[in-house]
Design a protein around this ligand. Structure first.
Ligand SMILES: [Zn+2]
Ligand SMILES: [Zn+2]
Length: 105
């Protein structure tokens, strides 16, 4: 893995910039609290604050499945007597809706 950002701002430590460091010394990640890491970390030298690189910079190729689909579909049967399963219901099941949980689209 290649890390190109050597200096970042992170919401978990907004007062200072965090520097990319590669060290053989163990560090305690402030994001995980208990975990101990070694190697690359983002570090604030002033505060002795360390963060796993993967915590500070999310991998760019991870797509949250929730956001890949911008239109939701009804998967369950519409309310009714359940007898009309033809054209009307097809139309209903393919309708696009806006949903409060995904208001952007
Ligand atoms: Zn961590
Ligand atoms: Zn700091």
């Amino acid at each position: 893995m290649k890390y190109t950002m050597t200096e970042i701002s992170h919401f978990s430590h907004p007062d200072h910039k965090l520097m990319l460091e590669n060290s053989e010394l163990l560090f305690k990640c402030e994001g995980c609290k208990e975990e101990v890491g070694i190697g690359f970390r983002y570090r604030c030298p002033e505060c002795d604050f360390d963060l796993h690189v993967y915590r500070a910079v999310p991998a760019p190729n991870i797509d949250h499945p929730f956001y890949t689909k911008c239109s939701f579909q009804f998967l369950s049967s519409p309310p009714g007597d359940g007898l009309h399963t033809s054209a009307a219901d097809m139309k209903y099941t393919e309708a696009e809706i806006s949903h409060f949980s995904h208001p952007d689209h």
